[in-house]
Design a protein around this ligand. Structure first.
Ligand code: PLP
Length: 399
């Protein structure tokens, strides 16, 4: 298939397409479990000349299975370039350390994944990089926060765990007016639900551990780029200068698992979105539930935006049962859904953001993010929705 033909494929075809393997005719991508690759004089000379692209040198610099995942992700996200990394956090840190230097400034949404918030609020300050946190739903506050040294505007397309939906195109436009790079984390949505590069964002980072991997068996991350602002070789720069030097490549086996899982992304996430909607409607009527946050519900503050911006509303939702003790009682009594970290897998997983992932963030900041004490986060899996509702009802009856 020519590159033009490939580009014209619909999303579902892009996730499964793989050109028959040269030599073996395999219709699946092979797994190369090798940390070393033999040089010949030609390869040696190309490496010495600095022409290192497409040359297999050493596993930390990349490997053919990882390159295959990067190619597949370019098709799926509509990216010009992709870099696969050891984890979602590696994708975030490699892209930010690749973009920023001491003295630079970031404007970031108030609500992001706890480790991201912590990295920007504390770790990056050690390197002279400062962050102003704003509510990116308020576009004027984003404009006001941009300074002369602002290099990056950072947000999550659907925020973990408050389900706030970003006004992606407007945020990218505001960033570009000031020469700022728009970076967003698309983990909560997945590329099936949202493709931010089509809406003007320069860099999308994603924890492939979640919906892309989908089976809770591999940790990985991806950085996808389509930008008029950044140099064409930006991805190669961060591969060599940041990812390789800091040692955060994706393992070949995990790359292979992610490639395999990508093939079923559409069908899995389609069903997860349906189940999330069923659960959200169910919880909204439930007498023990105070509030539900799901972009598909008309009660969600950005429901109109979500309808405009995304074909589906995602597989994640949160609801509130009043306090941490009640939330813990509910989750501890689930029989079918798991009380477990992570999200996006075929098993439904649940978490209490205030006392788990966001525990290290002070109460005041957590409340400013919109995270309530009794908030329960649910990642819808592939179980029968009726069984899930019965499971939650039985646990909710105990509080
Ligand atoms: C929104 C978001 N981004 C990034 C990450 C980090 O991903 P990983 O655990 O693969 O490093 C997570 C993890 O939960 C997340 O929820």
């Amino acid at each position: 298939m020519t590159p033009e033909q490939k580009a014209k494929l619909h999303f579902d075809s892009k996730t499964v397409y793989y050109p028959p393997d040269e030599g073996t005719s395999s219709i699946n991508a092979p797994l190369f479990m090798s940390s070393s690759f033999q040089y010949g004089a030609e390869v040696y000379n190309r490496v010495v000349d600095g022409e290192r692209k497409d040359v297999n040198i050493y596993g930390r610099c990349g490997n053919p299975t990882e390159y295959q995942l990067e190619e597949q992700m370019c098709m799926v996200e509509g990216a010009e370039a992709c870099l696969a990394t050891a984890s979602g956090m590696a994708a975030i840190s490699v892209s930010l350390f690749g973009l920023l230097k001491s003295g630079d400034h970031i404007v970031c949404d108030w609500t992001t994944y706890s480790s991201t918030h912590e990295m920007l609020d504390h770790r990056l300050t050690d390197y002279g990089i400062t962050t102003t946190f704003v509510d990116t739903a308020d576009l004027d506050s984003v404009r006001a926060a941009i300074q002369d040294n602002t290099r990056v505007l950072y947000f999550e397309t659907i925020a973990n765990p408050t389900m706030k939906v970003a006004t992606i195109q407007a945020l990218a436009d505001i960033a570009h007016e000031r020469g700022v790079v728009a970076v967003c984390d698309n983990t909560f949505a997945s590329p099936y639900v949202m493709r931010p590069l089509d809406l003007g964002v320069d860099i999308v980072v994603e924890s492939a551990t979640k919906f892309i991997g989908g089976h809770s068996d591999a940790i990985g991350g991806v950085i996808c780029l389509k930008s008029d602002l950044l140099p064409k070789d930006f991805m190669e720069q961060i591969r060599w200068n940041t990812m390789v030097k800091w040692g955060s490549p994706l393992s070949p086996f995990n790359a292979w698992l992610l490639l395999r899982s990508l093939q079923t992304l559409s069908v899995r996430v389609e069903r997860q979105c349906q189940t999330a909607m069923t659960l959200a409607r169910h919880f909204e009527q439930h007498p023990k539930v105070n509030k539900v946050w799901y972009p598909g519900l008309p009660s969600h503050p950005q429901h109109a935006l979500a309808k405009e911006q995304m074909p589906k509303f995602g597989g994640m939702l949160t609801f509130d049962v009043g306090d941490v003790d009640s939330a813990l009682k509910v989750l501890d009594n689930l029989q079918l859904a798991c009380f477990a970290a992570s999200l996006g897998g075929v098993r439904t997983t649940t978490q209490i953001p205030a006392s788990m992932a966001f525990l290290d963030i002070p109460d005041e900041e957590r409340l400013q993010m919109g995270i309530t004490q009794g908030m329960i986060r649910v990642s819808s899996g592939l179980e029968d929705p009726q069984d899930l509702m019965s499971d939650f009802d039985a646990a909710l009856a105990l509080i």
